[in-house]
Write a protein that binds this ligand. Structure first.
Ligand code: E4P
Length: 245
């Protein structure tokens, strides 16, 4: 299971990327608010530059037509960008339209990282053309929503495990059902365990067969920590001091 970071905070991404474990990032309007940023294009492009993997950016239109127009614009930011669309009737329409489209005109539009990025514009263009416009069906709370999103052509589906737990449902059970159904019918859509609240969620998502877990930075740090590791280091260092005097 791959690990994505669920944040729009550049400093968190910059740090976690150094650990070599981050394969992508998911953002949303609330995470942009928490990061204190409104310049979505610049934020997304910097994240793409840092991560060089899928970076989800969410549309804010509620009608399919507006979602598609936004998505076509966002898709020009980087070949790494994935369009996050909520699962509604309009959202499904937009996902379906986008699944049949390719990136129009230019790629890496107005990117401040051009020249420093490991991917040149020509390679970026070939990648974008090969991938088409990728979507991440978000705000998924049931197996049926995930099945429909997959049938509509979503590249990723994101069941929100923590928010289901919050209202007394079993988020992990819904996630496991989604993984099983998509596998059973050989659907290519990748499952992202989202709304992760604690390290146990990550382990459970991995055991359930999720392809990806998108994890908030504090949870990722907790995944690294173990008191026995700290005690072990302390003891080794104390013993080594005795050895060298
Ligand atoms: C997923 O892509 C979402 O950004 C995220 O996981 C939402 O989680 P929350 O319930 O912590 O807001």
């Amino acid at each position: 299971m791959e690990i994505y970071l669920d944040t729009a905070k550049i400093e968190e991404i910059r740090e976690a990327v150094k650990w070599g474990v981050i394969r992508g990032v998911t953002t949303n309007p609330s995470l942009m608010m928490k990061a204190g940023r409104s310049d979505y294009r610049q934020v997304a492009q910097e994240i793409c530059y840092l991560v060089q993997g899928p970076v989800s950016a969410e549309v804010t239109s509620e009608e399919a037509e507006g979602m598609v127009a936004e998505a076509e614009k966002i898709a020009r930011w980087s070949p790494h960008v994935v369009i996050k669309i909520p699962v509604t009737e309009e959202g499904l329409k937009a996902i379906h339209i986008l699944s049949q489209e390719t990136v129009q005109e230019t790629i890496c539009q107005d990117c401040a990282w051009e020249g420093q990025c490991e991917m040149d514009r020509e390679t970026a263009w070939h990648l974008a053309a090969a991938q088409g416009i990728r979507t991440n069906a978000t705000l998924v709370f049931s197996s049926n929503q995930a099945l429909l999103a997959a049938q509509a052509g979503a590249t990723f589906v994101s069941p929100f495990v923590g928010r289901l737990d919050d209202i007394g449902h079993d988020g992990m059970e819904v996630l496991a059902d989604i993984v099983e159904i998509l596998e059973y019918y050989d659907l290519d859509t990748l499952v992202i365990a989202a709304s992760i609240r604690h390290p146990l969620h990550v382990t459970q998502a991995a055991l359930a067969g999720a392809h990806i877990a998108t994890v908030p930075y504090p949870v990722l740090r907790k995944m690294i920590q173990h008191p026995l590791t700290d005690i072990g280091i302390e003891r080794f260092l104390a013993d080594w001091k005795k050895v060298i005097g």
